[in-house]
Design a binder for this molecule. Structure first.
Ligand code: AP5
Ligand code: MG
Length: 212
């Protein structure tokens, strides 16, 4: 039986980088609300049109809409044996909704992994993030360089511009950070220092705090 895990941390803390590895290793789905929204944006769906303004300004998509999308996703068959939630929940109401949704099914979040990274490091990392538009693979020009033959096709996320990063960090501190205390109260919080090491070492730190 896999675990139900939520990944917490500021924008750029490395939630996505770690969640991809963890999901692969554990054989469970990686569910990123940011990835779901960006895919809909690219494809020009109704959902994409609804969320575009929020993503581009670094604001949160309204709780009700976000929770609806996640609830639908969690009812799919591949979620039966656990999953890694990345970028959700992102506000106390979202966290409460998730707890209630799971309780109705006799389930709960077993672990909340908080990758703790300071604002200065975040700003440096996000300015150098690049991704492959075809596969979604994420690299970093400074810390996690792409293979040389890929350099030309990589793109920068629209919301990684410095002004938007600042807005995302503000939103994080105001609205998202309080859910660290929420999961601490539930007794499932695991803090992982994320400033001082590369992705492989952070991965080992996460593995070391997960229940066996
Ligand atoms: P989302 O896509 O979730 O963005 P985010 O939280 O801002 O997080 P990021 O994806 O920027 O960072 P990450 O922690 O995944 O870091 P990564 O692994 O890429 O959300 C985008 C938007 O969608 C939001 O602003 C909002 O509008 C909306 N949204 C999404 N979910 C929502 C919700 N629940 N409610 C409402 N709205 C929602 O790593 C960053 C970089 O650092 C990469 O280049 C990576 O290679 C590098 N890196 C990673 N680890 C290390 C390391 N240890 N050392 C050095 N470099 C590293
Ligand atoms: Mg991400």
């Amino acid at each position: 039986m896999g675990l139900r895990i939520v990944m917490l941390g500021a924008p750029g803390a490395g939630k996505g980088t770690q969640a991809v590895q963890m999901a692969k290793e554990m054989g469970v789905p990686h569910i990123s609300t940011g990835d779901i929204f960006r895919k809909n944006l690219r494809e020009g769906t109704d959902l994409g049109k609804k969320v575009q303004g929020y993503l581009n300004s670094g604001a949160l998509v309204p709780d009700e809409l976000t929770c609806e999308i996640v609830a639908e996703r969690l009812q799919e068959e591949d979620c039966a044996n656990g999953y890694i939630l990345d970028g959700f929940p992102r506000s106390v109401p979202q966290a409460e909704m998730l707890t209630d949704f799971l309780a109705k099914r006799g389930e709960k979040i077993e672990v909340a992994v908080n990758i703790d990274v300071s604002d200065d490091v975040i700003i440096e990392r996000l300015s150098a993030r690049r991704s492959d538009p075809e596969t979604g693979a994420v690299f970093n020009l400074l810390f996690n360089p792409p293979p040389p033959d890929m350099a030309d096709k990589l793109i920068q996320r629209d919301d990684d511009k410095p002004e938007t990063v600042k807005a995302r960090l503000e939103t994080y501190h105001e609205t998202t950070e309080p859910i660290i205390a929420y999961y601490d109260k539930l007794g499932v919080l695991k803090n992982v220092p994320g400033d001082d090491a590369g992705p492989d070492e952070i991965y080992r730190r996460i593995m070391a705090v997960l229940p066996q």
